[in-house]
Design a protein around this ligand. Structure first.
Ligand SMILES: [Zn+2]
Length: 239
């Protein structure tokens, strides 16, 4: 689709390029993943550059030529998330959220659930200093897996369908495991199970809390499900 088009997008990553340009990895509302060049963005007085920092949410006009990368024609800020950038914990969680989208969603198909989730997480990290918790970051990751089509099976044993005695988690089977199907599973406590169910059932701002041991099990369940089924390895969500 050569020519110019508009879309809203979040800057996931920005890489220096040539003398004064930046290459941007974007996640857009209407075209999924996009790559773009922002010409002259590293010049001192570039207005474009100031609006295209990582984690910025922007309205863009892009030009698509024959190459892989679009060219940024104009950029207007929807939300710059300035407070997020001033708090180390929020900044790290914001980078983590962008990294998850970068690794997991590489299609040019729009995914409104994933786009809205990312915008929601960045907005919460910006507005609420209490939002930069491990539990919230894991709830975001659980929802991101759901949006990407890799949510683990939590309602019944992923192997046999049993709904009671769910004591393990099997990454290969892609969900919880009952006591008869526990080969290849790791121990998965009721609190870790409840945390993931609650994370998927509630908006991000109402995501549940859980003890650290439960969060570590939930983290492992999400991470190993991705490794088995999406062949994507994400860094674990640190405390
Ligand atoms: Zn079973």
């Amino acid at each position: 689709m050569p020519g110019s088009f508009k879309t809203e997008a979040v800057v996931l990553r920005s890489i220096r390029y040539a003398e004064a340009d930046r290459i941007l990895h974007l996640y857009s509302a209407d075209h999924g993943r996009l790559g773009a060049v922002a010409k002259g963005a590293r010049r001192l007085r570039s207005r474009l550059g100031g609006r295209l920092e990582p984690m910025a949410r922007v309205n863009l006009v892009l030009h698509k030529g024959r190459g892989e990368l679009c060219t940024v024609t104009s950029a207007d800020t929807v939300h710059a998330h300035p407070a997020l950038r001033e708090r180390r914990a929020a900044l790290e969680r914001g980078v983590q959220a962008c990294e998850g989208v970068l690794r997991l969603l590489d299609s040019a198909e729009p995914n409104p659930a994933a786009y809205n989730l990312l915008c929601h997480q960045l907005g919460l990290l910006d507005s609420d200093p209490e939002a930069a918790t491990r539990a919230r970051a894991l709830a975001f990751r659980a929802k991101l897996l759901l949006a990407a089509g890799f949510a683990p099976e939590l309602a019944s044993c992923a192997t046999c369908g049993e709904q009671e005695h769910l004591t393990g988690f099997s990454p290969a089977a892609g969900g919880v495991a009952c006591s008869s199907c526990e080969a290849g599973s790791f121990p998965f406590g009721a609190d870790a199970h409840a945390f993931l169910v609650g994370s998927l059932a509630h908006p991000l701002s109402e995501a549940p809390e859980a003890p650290d041991r439960a969060l570590a099990q939930a983290d492992r369940a999400l991470g190993e499900t991705l490794e088995h089924h999406a062949h994507v390895r994400l860094p674990r969500v640190a405390a």
